[in-house]
Design a protein. Structure first.
Length: 73
C-alpha cells in the first residue's frame, strides 16, 4: 500500500493532502479515530470525517474512492 499511497499523494497535491500516521507510535490518534485495522483510510473535509475504508486498495480503486467522495462534497 505504501507505494500506491505515495503515488496518489504526489498526484493529488495540492488539491488534496494525504498523510500517514503510525498508529503504533501514536496510539492516542488510533483511539481517537477508532482505527482498529491497518491500513485504514479516512477522508476529512474541514476536519469532518466524510468517508472511511479499511484494507489495502489498488491504485485505481484508491483514486476512484477518493474521487467518489470528493464529488459528493
Amino acid at each position: 500500500m505504501a507505494p500506491t499511497f505515495a503515488a496518489a499523494a504526489a498526484e493529488l497535491e495540492p488539491r488534496l493532502r494525504l498523510a500517514k500516521v503510525n498508529t503504533e507510535s501514536e496510539p492516542a490518534v488510533a483511539a481517537r479515530f477508532g482505527i482498529r485495522s491497518i491500513p485504514t483510510l479516512i477522508l476529512f473535509r474541514q476536519g469532518v470525517e466524510m468517508a472511511r475504508v479499511s484494507g489495502s486498495l489498488p491504485a485505481a480503486e484508491l483514486r476512484r474512492w477518493i474521487g467518489q467522495h470528493l464529488q459528493n462534497a
